[in-house]
Ligand binder design. Structure first.
Ligand code: MN
Ligand code: MN
Length: 460
């Protein structure tokens, strides 16, 4: 039952492809550090590949035919891609869905304060983080500020070598006797994750001179006022680029593999389809998974239904029933990263049912916690079919569950899509240090994920 290491099967030309894909993926990570940035770079790629906006198609009353490519943009934070197949939509789609939000710190709405000659911004963390990961390291600011008049400022500070970065300080080891005795979860508090933004007083300013200096810089360099933070979404993320990891360059160390590695694999798979597929292929890049898929851009919102209704309408076949059939008859890979077996923490896993770096794309029948609670738990029939499809497509794959029974757990978007009655199973790439500022994946697993997702879209 043990799955072979994927690397062993690669000849020289395929190794070249694995490396090339790794380079492309690192660029994707570097340019897509927020959900908005991921949507933007994906839009560039799909437009170039001939995808047209669903809104435009609706406005122009374009009739959709097999082979047509359409995208739907939900508020610039989630994106749906459709490649229309030969079969009518009511026969269902082959859906591959991933999320593009990653754990991070968000700047609060009223963030700024000065304390003893330093100016700070308060943050509220987003998603599951170990707080001690975020102190004493280079951080960058990415996001948007919307002024009262509706104009938008886009920020990306801390990525270019000449850019300044921001940082959260940690207590020096010399004075940490009390801190070091605390539980890891309590040693750094969420309310203390405040970033240092400035340290020089503005000459002639009596009250809060350092904050005044900061406001002056914000005004002059970025065109924003303090009040503009009220309508801003600024994310604090690790600064710097994704890098090859290991002297053999077999892995990638980077921010946001969860879940941009699946998002990238999905996109790559979809853009590699050069024939008209049998069933309509749908790629989903969704937001807010890390906080429960909530909000208008999360999977719990109904924009998939909405976009599909518009597409059926353009095809001239819309009815409540065809819409329901299209969803009910679909097959889906809910793509999200899997916990990679970590030899340094072996006891957290059950080895026979763990995902290993380098052993190919993962399928997780279920996720959840405390007795599979909150999981989708895919059907055996669907898994049987997947085994056949993946083996026929010469995909290297493994199965896994999320760690030892009762140790913890987690969820994905699978259970939400399953509400429509479609077949759904979780699939993904194994990650070490998941949710840490820098996560680790194997290039072989990324390569197999692209193969798997393309095979799924064409043959499921
Ligand atoms: Mn995830
Ligand atoms: Mn996650």
């Amino acid at each position: 039952m043990e799955r072979p290491n994927a690397w062993k099967a690669y000849e020289e030309d395929e190794l070249g492809k694995v490396r090339k894909l790794g380079e492309k993926y690192k660029a994707f990570l570097d340019q897509g550090k927020t959900e908005r940035e991921c949507v933007r770079i994906t839009l560039d790629a799909v437009r170039e590949a001939g995808y047209i906006s669903l809104e435009t198609a609706v406005r122009e009353g374009k009739s959709l035919r097999p082979g047509d490519k359409v995208y739907y943009n939900q508020m610039g934070k989630a994106l749906l891609l459709f490649l229309i197949g030969r079969q009518p939509l009511e026969k269902g789609m082959n859906i591959v869905g991933a999320h593009i939000d990653s754990p991070r710190l968000d700047i609060k709405q009223n963030p700024l304060y000065e304390d003893n000659d330093l100016a700070y911004a308060d943050t509220h963390y987003y998603g599951g983080i170990k707080k001690y990961h975020w102190v004493a390291r280079e951080l960058a600011l990415h996001g948007v500020v919307v002024r009262k008049d509706g104009s938008l400022i886009e920020l990306s500070i801390g990525e270019k070598p000449e850019d300044p970065v921001v940082c959260i300080s940690d207590l020096l080891i010399h004075l940490s006797q009390e801190q070091m005795a605390k539980k890891l979860s309590e040693a750094i508090t969420g309310e203390n994750l405040d970033i240092i933004l400035a340290g020089q007083p503005l000459t002639g300013e009596e009250k809060e001179p350092v904050k005044a200096m900061l406001l002056k810089v914000l005004k002059e360099d970025y065109g924003m006022e303090e009040e503009d933070f009220l309508s801003a979404e600024i994310e604090v993320v690790p600064a710097g680029k994704a890098r090859d990891l290991g002297l053999d360059r077999s892995m990638i160390l980077g921010y946001g593999h969860d879940d941009r590695v699946c998002a990238f694999a999905e996109l790559e798979a979809m853009l590699n389809i050069d024939s008209i597929p049998e069933y309509t292929c749908c790629g989903m890049l969704v937001d807010k998974e890390e906080i429960g898929s909530v909000g208008a851009t999360g999977m719990q919102s109904n924009y998939l239904e909405y976009a599909l209704a518009e597409i059926l309408n353009l095809e001239g076949s819309y009815s409540e029933l065809t819409l329901r059939r299209a969803l009910r008859n679909s097959r889906m890979l809910s793509c999200d990263v899997s916990a990679g077996f970590d030899p340094l923490y072996a006891s957290a896993f059950e080895k026979k049912n763990a995902a290993f770096l380098g052993r190919g794309v993962c399928f997780n029948k279920f996720t959840g916690s405390r007795g599979k609670s909150g999981s989708n738990d895919a059907n055996a029939e669907f898994l049987g079919k997947l085994r056949r499809v993946m083996d026929d497509g010469q995909v290297q794959w493994q199965t896994a569950e999320l760690g030892r029974v009762d140790l913890g757990g987690g969820g994905t978007i699978a259970y939400i899509c399953a509400l429509y009655g479609m077949e759904v199973v979780d699939s993904g790439v194994a990650v070490l240090s998941m949710h840490a500022p820098m996560e680790i994946i194997s290039k072989a697993d990324l390569y197999e994920a692209v193969k798997a997702y393309k095979t799924f879209m064409l043959h499921a």
